[in-house]
Write a protein that binds this ligand. Structure first.
Ligand code: NAD
Ligand code: UDP
Ligand code: UDP
Length: 343
C-alpha cells in the first residue's frame, strides 16, 4: 500500500491523468454515490482496502452512517451529504453511481423522487464524468427486463416493462439511466460501464426494507411468520453481496462497456427460499400468505455467459453459504433494536 502515491495535479481523470509516483498502481480518487447504502458500503470497503481514496455522496434516504463509521478516521475517506439530483463539482478518476433506492417499498414511497434520482441524478454524474474525464459505472438492474418473456435473461433481451405501473419509476427510470449512459458514451466519449444487477442480499441490508430475503430473515429471527406474497411460486436468483462487489470492480477495471448481468444463476421460488431460511434460522418458523404486489415479475434468472467470458467473473457464494453470514449481522442489529426499546 505504501508503494504508490500520486502528485496532486490540478486536473484528474482519464483525459488528463494523475501522475503516478513510485512502483505499482497509482492511487485513484473514486466517488461512490449511494455509498452509505447496502451495496455501496461493501464496495467502499473494498476500494479503501486496496488503497484508493473514496468520496461517498449520499442523501441518507435509505443509507446509514453506521455502514461507514469504520472509515471515519481514515484520511482516504470522505462522506458528503448530498442529493445527486443537484449538481456537484468534484475532481475524480472514477464514479460508481449507485444512488437510488433499490427496494420496492422505498422506491414506491416517492415515485417522482425515484425518477428524478434516476434521470437527473444520473445526468449530473455523467456531466461530472464528462467534465473531468472520469470513468463512469451505472448500477442498473434486472428490472429493466420487467416481467421477462425470455428465461433466463440475456443482455440482448429488450424486456417486457409496464411504462405506467407502480414499479415504472424504478424500472423505466433505470432504463432511461442506461440510455443517458450510452448517449454520453457515444456523444461525448465518456468511458462508461453498465451493470444489470440481480437480487442481492447480505449484511447491512435495511432490516425492514421489504425485500424478500431481509423480510424472511428478520421475521424468522423475531419469531414472526414469514410473509409469502401470492402463491410463492414466483422465482428469483439471489446473489451474495461480495460476489456483486467483485463483479462491479471487474467491470469498472475491464475493457467492456456492457451491459453485463451480475447475478447468481441459482434460481429459487419464494417457498423454497422460505424453507432455506427456516433450515438456517429456526426449524419451527412458519409462513403466512399475503396478496402479491402489482406487476410482480413471475421469474428471474440471469444468463451470465457474457460476464464469465469478458470479465472472467462468476459468483462464488451459494445461497446456503451466504445466508448464515447475513443472519449473524441481522441477529446483532435486531438485538440492539430490542435493547434500545428496553425489551
Ligand atoms: P440501498 O437503498 O441500500 O442504497 C442506495 C443508497 O443510495 C442509499 O444509501 C441511499 O441513501 C442513497 N440515495 C438514494 N437516493 C439518493 C439521492 N437522490 N442522492 C444521494 N443518495 C441517494 O440499495 P442497494 O441495494 O445498496 O442498491 C444500490 C444500487 O444497486 C441501486 O442503484 C440499485 O438500484 C442497484 N441494484 C440493487 C439490487 C439489489 O438487489 N440490492 C438489485 C438491482 C440493482
Ligand atoms: N454537472 C455536475 N458536475 C459537473 C459537471 C456537470 O453536476 O462537474 C451537471 C450539470 O449541472 C448538468 C449535468 O451535469 O446538469 C449535465 O452536464 P453537461 O455538461 O453534460 O450538460 P449541460 O450542462 O450542458 O446541460
Ligand atoms: N416477496 C415475498 N415476501 C416478502 C417480500 C417479497 O414473497 O415479504 C416476494 C415478492 O412478491 C417478489 C419476490 O419476493 O416476488 C422478490 O421481491 P423483492 O422485493 O425482494 O425484490 P424484487 O425482485 O421484486 O425487486
Amino acid at each position: 500500500r505504501q508503494s504508490f502515491q500520486f502528485h496532486r495535479t490540478s486536473s484528474f481523470g482519464a483525459k488528463t491523468g494523475r501522475v503516478p509516483v513510485g512502483i505499482g498502481r497509482r492511487r485513484l480518487r473514486i466517488v461512490v454515490t449511494g455509498g452509505a447504502g447496502f451495496v455501496g458500503s461493501h464496495l467502499v470497503d473494498k476500494l479503501i482496502d486496496r488503497g484508493d481514496e473514496v468520496i461517498v455522496i449520499d442523501n441518507f434516504f435509505t443509507g446509514r452512517k453506521d455502514n461507514l463509521v469504520h472509515h471515519f478516521r481514515n484520511p482516504r475517506f470522505e462522506l458528503i451529504r448530498h442529493d445527486v439530483v443537484e449538481p456537484i463539482l468534484l475532481e475524480v478518476d472514477q464514479i460508481y453511481h449507485l444512488a437510488c433506492p433499490a427496494s420496492p417499498v422505498h422506491y414506491k414511497y416517492n415515485p417522482v423522487k425515484t425518477i428524478k434520482t434516476n434521470v437527473m441524478g444520473t445526468l449530473n454524474m455523467l456531466g461530472l464524468a464528462k467534465r473531468v474525464g472520469a470513468k463512469f459505472l451505472l448500477t442498473s438492474t434486472s428490472e429493466v427486463y420487467g416481467d421477462p418473456l425470455e428465461h433466463p435473461q440475456k443482455e440482448t433481451y429488450w424486456g417486457n416493462v409496464n411504462p405506467i405501473g407502480e414499479r415504472s419509476c424504478y424500472d423505466e427510470g433505470k432504463r432511461t439511466a442506461e440510455t443517458l449512459t450510452m448517449d454520453y458514451h457515444r456523444g461525448a466519449g465518456v468511458e462508461v460501464r453498465i451493470a444489470r444487477i440481480f437480487n442481492t442480499y447480505g449484511p447491512r441490508m435495511c432490516l425492514d426494507d421489504g425485500r424478500v430475503v431481509s423480510n424472511f430473515v428478520a421475521q424468522a429471527i423475531r419469531r414472526q411468520p414469514m410473509t409469502v406474497y401470492g402463491d410463492g411460486k414466483q422465482t428469483r436468483s439471489f446473489q451474495y453481496v461480495s460476489d456483486l462487489v467483485d463483479g462491479l470492480v471487474a467491470l469498472m477495471e475491464g475493457e467492456h462497456v456492457g451491459p453485463f448481468n451480475l447475478g447468481n444463476p441459482g434460481e429459487f421460488t419464494m417457498l423454497e427460499l422460505a424453507e432455506i431460511v427456516k433450515e438456517t434460522i429456526d426449524s419451527s418458523a412458519t409462513i403466512e400468505f399475503r396478496p402479491n404486489t402489482a406487476d410482480d415479475p413471475h421469474m428471474r434468472k440471469p444468463d451470465i455467459t457474457k460476464a464469465k467470458e469478458l470479465l472472467n467473473w462468476e459468483p462464488k457464494v451459494p445461497l446456503r453459504e451466504g445466508l448464515p453470514r447475513m443472519v449473524s449481522d441481522f441477529r446483532n442489529r435486531i438485538l440492539n433494536e430490542d435493547e434500545g426499546k428496553g425489551n
